[in-house]
Design a protein around this ligand. Structure first.
Ligand code: CDP
Ligand code: CDP
Length: 221
């Protein structure tokens, strides 16, 4: 009997489409490293805001990005990005970072700064003997891992997504972020050709996880 393949599961989708919840459940079920790339963009945004670097000041932005040092710390099954040895604080989920993150994420230099680091999570997963990784974001199936074992794209009606965020008690600019993320030139939010499109508007989290799990189990057979 051959050994199981190293799994790379890509999950993309708009804000509050269910990426983090499903990724965490799949990580648990299949012993995968969970990588939330949105938290990386949020952490960089918090750091640039802290340093007073505007997303419109490309020279200072470039110079600052070149100085940042990224490393990884495990928190259970999740990969936490450290910047210069420091983990992200709670403020990355706050209103200020949430309203700025899409502006920084649209800048090619910012995306380039994270590209190698994100792909390097495969080595982190192997080193810690995970069976693979599940990575969530906006461009995982299109740019980071176009050859992933499985690429999912989660859809849900904007009104349903706004309801989900409100139920979590979080202020969020879902429509504005989706608009900025979908219309940027570099790595826009799109369902790439060949990805498995799941509309979760009328599905429970468990139903979405079951659908994905069945397809993953098939790959392991
Ligand atoms: O959790 P939620 O869907 O609300 O957002 P997130 O995944 O934490 O991502 C925050 C922001 O980071 C997004 O609105 C994008 O602007 C950016 N992002 C990105 O551009 N590319 C990724 N792979 C992940 C996030
Ligand atoms: O990571 P992303 O921003 O895409 O979404 P999330 O934080 O995983 O999900 C937002 C909220 O919607 C969470 O409270 C989930 O429990 C809930 N939810 C879901 O993700 N999927 C469903 N089918 C139904 C509810």
């Amino acid at each position: 009997m051959g050994s199981s393949p190293f799994l790379i599961i890509a999950i993309d989708g708009g804000a509050a489409s269910g990426k983090s919840s499903t990724s965490r459940a799949l990580a648990e079920r299949f012993n995968l490293l969970h990588v939330d790339t949105g938290s990386f963009y949020r952490h960089i945004t918090a750091e640039l805001l802290r340093r007073g670097v505007s997303h419109t000041d490309s020279a200072t932005l470039q110079a600052t990005l070149a100085q940042l040092n990224f490393s990884t710390q495990l928190d259970g099954r999740s990969a936490r990005m450290l910047i210069d040895g420091q983990p992200a604080g709670d403020e990355i989920r706050g209103e200020q970072v949430t309203s700025h993150v899409s502006h920084y994420a649209a800048i090619p230099d910012v995306r380039r700064a994270l590209l190698g680091y994100q792909r390097g999570q495969v080595d982190v997963a192997r080193e810690h003997r995970f069976a693979g990784l599940v990575m969530e974001g906006r461009d995982i199936g299109s740019v980071i891992f176009p050859d992933a074992t499985l690429r999912f794209f989660l859809h849900a009606d904007p009104a349903e997504r706004a309801k989900r965020r409100a139920a979590e008690g979080r202020a969020d600019s879902i429509a504005t972020r989706d608009q900025l993320d979908s219309s940027r030139k570099t790595a826009p939010l799109v369902c790439p050709p060949g990805a498995i499109d799941i509309d979760s508007t009328h599905l429970t989290l468990e139903q979405v996880v079951e659908k994905m799990s069945a397809l993953i189990a098939e790959k392991l057979r």
